[in-house]
Design a protein around this ligand. Sequence first.
Ligand SMILES: Nc1ncnc2c1ncn2[C@@H]1O[C@H](COP(=O)(O)OP(=O)(O)OP(=O)(O)O)[C@@H](O)[C@H]1O
Ligand SMILES: [Mg+2]
Length: 308
Amino acid sequence: MSIVEKAGANVLKTNFGKKAKKKKDKLTDETPDMPAPRQEREIIELDHQRLTALGYFNPDAPSSQLALELRAVKRRLLRRLGYLRASGARQALRTPGRQRNLILVTSTRAGEGKTFTAINLALSLALEDNIRTLLIDADFARPKVRARLGLPAAPGLADCLLDDAVDTAGLGWRVKDTTLEFLPEGARADRPSELFASARSQRLWNDIAMADPDRLVIVDAAPVLATTDAVVLAKYVDEIVFVVEANSTPEPAVAAAIDELIDINANVSVMLNRCQIGAGGAHYGSYEYYDRARPDEEPEAAEASKKE
Ligand SMILES: Nc1ncnc2c1ncn2[C@@H]1O[C@H](COP(=O)(O)OP(=O)(O)OP(=O)(O)O)[C@@H](O)[C@H]1O
Ligand SMILES: [Mg+2]
């Protein structure tokens, strides 16, 4: 059986509530080099026109194909994290020391759509569902979130990993009038895998998770076969969204990468990116949980989905 199965039929059944706010203000893209660390979190505005032109989620187009597909992805993800139950309220699936709010986005190899997916999930969770969401760029080899969002270089995750005295709380940006925050990659880090494996890193991810238990944290990471970064990060997170570019990455490579992750963290789900559904362009076509050891859904959630 293929490790990736189409779940496109689910796409149109989903319906996540609120319509997002309208934001069309311009963002300055003249970016100075690395400025001095800031003491307070800065407030920024996103250029949604530009993001939409790049193919990203547009809060003003709640019926777009992308918005619909993202809803299907979010629904499964939120259920796994305990956000969506029959009651509609988040219930405590937390285990001691774990908030179930850290989500790693990775893939087998470069260019499969990790950053595209991480940004879309963060935009959609925050702007459509009003869930507090922190997007972190942890792909130190190819950090691209900042550029995609049109933001300048700034201190970020690497600074916190390199220096105990630097706290994530004062870094990063808050997107004006939304529940979205973004922590950039920060300083250049020469040996990211070692940094991620450090005791400081373990504390830092724990602090990020505990800082706001109801905030979701989306971590854009390097691909599994390129470095050990993603595998190291896998041990700190609660869920892993594994992006597979449709009709591109050879299945044995995908399986090898997933096996590496599963050895560390069994909560891996596969998301097929750029698959063709109908006459349209590139779509998210599938979101299937790879972990066969655990039930696919909590019993209440399964009941709820039957009623949808
Ligand atoms: N479903 C999609 N529809 C349209 N464009 C897409 C889609 N998926 C990815 N892209 C585009 O393809 C390019 C590569 O995607 P992206 O940068 O997200 O990949 P990545 O896995 O993060 O790559 P890297 O490993 O280099 O970080 C980007 O320009 C992105 O905007
Ligand atoms: Mg990327």
